[in-house]
Structure formats: structure tokens, C-alpha cells
Design a protein around this ligand. Structure first.
Ligand code: FBP
Length: 553
């Protein structure tokens, strides 16, 4: 009933499995590679993960493995953190992989994210209901959440509920924080002899959970295609009316991968990369000066229009803002109850101004009132500032406007500046997955089933060689501890999976750096249009520019 025509057609799409998985888990053997090490802080990470540290990398090859059929298993799956297109196909791949191995295998889905594990809220996944969700966007099949499993009490509940569910494996679909949690549960399960293995699946539109063995996280492809369609349309609008500057903030909590990818796909006039701003130690004023210089140049050519992309994480990359946010994090945590006692945001701000070091207090008071209030919003359970709720694009426009007024007075700028803002974030997280994400997610889920059936614990499902056709993708598992280092969180040393930020020495950034000066003064706009699900494969199966650049020598 309530389905679109596209959904009806899309349901019939058969994801293409990598060749090695096509005959099912009973025809797949694991080849173990070298033992591994964490990327940094080896001793400390080893101390925290005595049972799961340093496992070997695993690659799957064809070969008889009939023993996986012997025992029927029960597997739980949980979707954790922000939505990303393709999550339902991870569940579909996992389900099909398990059922192909043994019809009696059971998959249950914990509801509402990790809190579903703590409260034992779940549903048994049936073929019939699952069929309605194949190749669809969103996480609504079993929902998601950001609860972090960290206290002793929470680990005990996890043990109680997973044991009462008789789980042989738990599959955690999540980003860096969620997979850090998965690693801790894997370690705990070993320590407590729970007989449950834990497998992670790399999810996040942000694209920052990646390394040599995890080429990209799922959802990045579809989300950037959606944003690029919208930005491309704006570029055309801008060039048609030639009277506005559009400032578009794009999601991606920390890393600027999304912004860079959308930049490649649309070639707008300004693309800010947070990582570069940090590396160059640019102040907010300097970032504004750089934007103003492009606006001035274009105005001198009679072009009072353009498009600027701003990564939502920018604010945390500007060194002085980074310091302010870090001091705010401490102040808000330390004085939580006093602050909760005030009714109005103005009173809360006043209180906080007095607690901050003088220079940071002055900086905070110099910001537009709205931005200062947004900086005070609650942190998420992993301690992250909710950058999606901070309107950095408005902050920039306000400062740009001020500067342009000054320049006009001096006589060095004669243009007109009229700006419009956008934030593209949530609209990209639940789109119908592209062919790439539909295939990749299905393969990641199926591969997670093979890892679970072979009892690999503390591994992240790894499907690679992604610029090749799906049939040629390489499958296996990467130990979670291999991606870890120690970072300070809430003032304490914690093991965490290292976020992959934009590498300024990497090919994608270098390509961008070569082109941006031309983009700034011309209208080199590209219009990618909407995601195509049917038609020539050059269009339907295209993956990201980021992957293409990363994988060309
Ligand atoms: P994950 O890292 O959990 O995948 O979430 C990514 C993200 O979409 C970020 O891009 C964004 O900053 C954040 O989630 C928004 O979180 P929320 O959905 O809680 O508002």
C-alpha cells in the first residue's frame, strides 16, 4: 500500500555478491594473515584488551567448510548511531548469509540501538517482513540510538540479556564510537566466557571510519550523491539569476570528507576543508578573510554570486574555537547541576562566561548570540558536540558581511553581497541506497554472517577492492584493536578507534588543491543530478571520486 512506484521496483533489485561469498558460508574458508598491532599505544591497548588484542587479519577464500552447518546459531544485530543509507541491506545480507548456511539459524534485531540490548527489546527477523525493507533507506526496520554501553551495570545487563537470548554472535553496525563499543563487548564476552562473538560493520555517512583495509564506510556514497544533486541544482540556480551567494553547510561531524566529495562532484566556488584550517592554524578571522578574498575577486568581474561549501565540523577545527569548545565541555560537565538550575539560556550563558578563562570568555561573548547558545547545547552520550545544531554558515556570513562593509568604506570593494543559507544533513541519511551502497551493504552483512559462523570475535567486516565490480570484491575481517589508539575522553585515557580525517597529503585533497583556484573565479559547476537506479552502468554503478582518487596510483 503506502509505497512509491520506485520502491516497488527497487524491492526487486538483487544485490551482486562478491564471488567468494556466492556459494554461501559452507564454501568459504578463512585464511589468517599476520598477527596485528594497534596503530598506536600498543602496550596500553593490549592491557585493556588482553583477550582480543593483536588477532590476525582474515581473508576469505573459496573452500569447503561444512562444519559451519553443524549447529544452528542465534545472532543478534543492532544498528547504532546516525542513520546511513543501506543499513537494511546489511540486515538482509546477514539474514541471507545465515539462512543459506542453515535454515534453522535465527537472526534477532535489537530495537532502538544499543539501548535495545540493555532493555532486551528485540524482534525476530522474518523473511516476509524483511522483504519489505530490502534496498530501502533508513533504519526504521529496527531503529537506531546513541546509547553507549560503558558502566559495569550496563555490561552486566548486556551479559544477562545476550545469555538469555542464547546469542552465539552479536553484530554491531556503527561508526567509530559504536565499533569501539563493539570491541569492548567482544573483550568482555571473552573474559566472561559468554560464548558470544562480536562482529562490527563500518557505517557512517561521514566517511571517517576507514583505513587500508576498510576502504569506505557505507552510506557515504548515497549521502554525498544526494547532497551533490542539491548543491548542483543550487549552482545552476546561482548562475541563472546571478544575484546570490549560497552558503551550504554539509553534514559530517568531524571530518570534511563529505564536503570534499560534494566539492568534486559539483565544483563550486569555495570549499572549506576543516583539516586544512587546523593544519594551517587559521583563526576565524583568517578563514573569513579567505572567503572575502574570493567574493571580492568575483565582484571585480561583476559576479556578485557564488556557492560556498562549509563542513559542519569546521567550528571544531578552528584552533581558537577548538579551545573554547574544549573549555566549555569541561565547564558544562563540572557545573552541570548549577547550570541546570537556571531557567533561561541567558542566565546559563552569564554563569558560564564567568567560569571560562578570560580570553575564551571574551571570544564566546564576541560570537553572535545564537551561536553562543548553540555551543552550550547538551553533548551526545559519546561526549561529542552536536555540530549539526550549530549554524556555522550563519556565523561566517555575519562576519563576511561585516568585513565587506569595512572594505566598501575603504573603497576596495564595490560589489553587492546577498547571502542565502542551507544545511544539508538529515535529508541525505535515509535516502534509497545507490547501487553501490545496496551492493556494499549486502556484502558487508553477508560477510559479517560468515565471520560470525566461523566464530571470529572482535573483527570488523571488511569488503574491499571497491572500485572494481562487486564480483571482484575481497572479503574478510580486520581486528578492531588494530584501529585503536588511546585518546583523552572526559579527561580520562580511553581506547578508541582512530577517526580518519581528510589526509592533506592524500590524493583527493591534492587534486582539490590543484583545482580550487580555478573553481573560485569561474563557473566550472557540474550538475550530477539525482541518483540513478536504472540505466547505463556508467551512471548507476558509479562510486565516489574520493575512492577513485584514493585507489589510482
Ligand atoms: P554516525 O557517526 O553515528 O554515523 O553519525 C553521523 C552523523 O550523521 C553526523 O554527520 C552528524 O553530525 C550526527 O550524526 C548528527 O547526529 P544526530 O542524528 O544525533 O543529530
Amino acid at each position: 500500500t503506502n509505497v512509491s512506484e520506485l520502491q516497488i521496483q527497487r524491492r526487486k533489485y538483487q544485490p551482486v555478491l562478491p564471488e567468494v561469498l556466492q556459494a554461501g558460508a559452507a564454501a568459504v574458508k578463512a585464511k589468517e594473515g599476520k598477527l596485528t598491532h594497534s596503530i598506536a599505544d600498543r602496550e596500553k591497548v593490549k592491557e585493556i584488551f588482553p583477550n582480543t588484542y593483536g588477532l590476525p587479519e582474515v581473508t576469505f577464500v573459496k573452500g569447503a567448510n561444512a562444519k559451519i552447518k553443524n549447529k544452528a546459531v542465534r545472532v543478534g544485530v543492532v544498528l547504532s548511531g546516525g542513520q546511513a543509507p543501506g543499513g537494511h541491506n546489511v540486515i538482509a545480507g546477514l539474514f541471507d548469509g545465515l539462512k543459506k548456511a542453515n535454515k534453522k539459524n535465527v537472526l534477532i534485531g535489537f530495537l532502538g540501538g544499543p539501548s535495545g540490548i540493555l532493555e532486551n527489546k528485540y524482534k525476530v527477523i522474518s523473511e516476509k517482513v524483511l522483504d519489505d525493507y530490502r534496498n530501502t533507506g533508513g533504519f526504521d526496520f529496527i531503529q537506531s540510538g546513541r546509547t553507549k554501553i560503558e558502566t559495569d551495570q550496563q555490561f552486566c545487563s548486556t551479559k544477562d540479556n545476550c545469555t538469555s537470548q542464547k546469542l552465539d554472535a552479536l553484530v554491531v553496525v556503527g561508526g567509530d564510537d559504536s565499533n569501539t563499543n563493539a570491541a569492548l563487548i567482544a573483550e568482555y564476552s571473552k573474559k566472561e566466557n559468554m560464548g558470544m562473538c562480536v562482529v562490527g560493520v563500518p557505517k557512517t555517512i561521514d566517511g571517517d571510519l576507514k583505513n587500508k583495509n576498510i576502504e569506505t564506510s557505507f552510506g557515504f556514497d548515497t549521502a554525498t550523491k544526494i547532497y551533490a544533486e542539491l548543491v548542483g541544482n543550487i549552482c545552476r540556480d546561482v548562475n541563472s539569476a546571478q544575484k546570490y551567494w549560497h552558503f551550504v553547510r554539509l553534514m559530517g561531524r568531524s571530518a570534511s570528507h563529505i564536503t570534499l566529495e560534494v566539492g568534486f562532484k559539483t565544483q563550486p566556488n569555495i570549499v572549506l576543508v576543516g583539516e586544512e584550517i587546523l593544519a594551517k592554524n587559521l583563526t576565524l578571522a583568517k578563514v573569513v578573510d579567505n572567503i572575502v578574498s574570493v567574493i571580492k575577486k568575483r565582484a571585480a568581474d561583476g559576479k556578485n554570486f557564488g556557492v560556498a561549501l562549509v563542513p559542519e565540523g569546521l567550528i571544531e577545527f578552528i584552533p581558537e574555537m577548538k579551545k573554547l569548545i574544549s573549555a566549555l565541555n569541561d565547564t558544562l560537565a563540572e557545573h552541570a547541576s548549577a547550570i541546570a538550575g537556571f531557567d533561561s539560556i541567558e542566565e546559563k550563558k552569564e554563569y558560564v562566561f564567568n567560569k571560562l578563562p578570560a580570553n575564551l570568555s571574551a571570544l564566546m561573548q564576541s560570537l553572535p548570540a545564537g551561536i553562543a547558545s548553540q555551543l552550550m547545547l547538551d553533548r551526545d552520550p559519546h561526549g561529542n558536540v552536536q555540530v549539526s545544531l550549530i549554524e556555522t554558515e550563519k556565523l561566517l556570513i555575519e562576519m563576511v558581511q561585516k568585513k565587506l562593509v569595512e572594505l566598501k568604506k575603504e573603497g576596495s570593494y564595490k560589489g553587492k553581497f546577498s547571502a542565502i543559507t542551507h544545511f544539508f544533513g538529515y535529508e541525505g541519511r535515509c535516502g534509497i541506497p545507490s547501487n553501490f551502497d545496496a551492493n556494499y551493504c549486502y556484502a558487508l552483512g553477508y560477510n559479517a554472517a560468515v565471520l560470525a559462523l566461523n566464530n571470529f570475535t572482535g573483527y570488523l567486516s571488511s569488503v574491499r577492492n571497491l572500485t572494481q565490480a562487486p564480483k571482484k570484491w575481497i572479503c574478510g575481517g580486520i581486528p578492531l584493536t588494530m584501529m585503536m589508539n588511546i585518546e583523552k575522553r572526559h579527561g580520562k585515557d580511553k581506547p578508541v578507534i582512530q577517526k580518519a580525517l581528510v589526509d592533506l597529503k592524500g590524493k583527493p585533497f591534492k587534486e582539490f588543491a590543484k583545482k580550487r583556484d580555478t573553481w573560485a573565479v569561474t563557473e566550472s559547476y557540474i550538475f550530477p543530478g539525482p541518483i540513478q537506479y536504472f540505466g547505463p552502468t556508467e551512471v548507476t554503478d558509479l562510486t565516489t571520486k574520493t575512492l577513485q582518487y584514493e585507489q589510482t596510483k
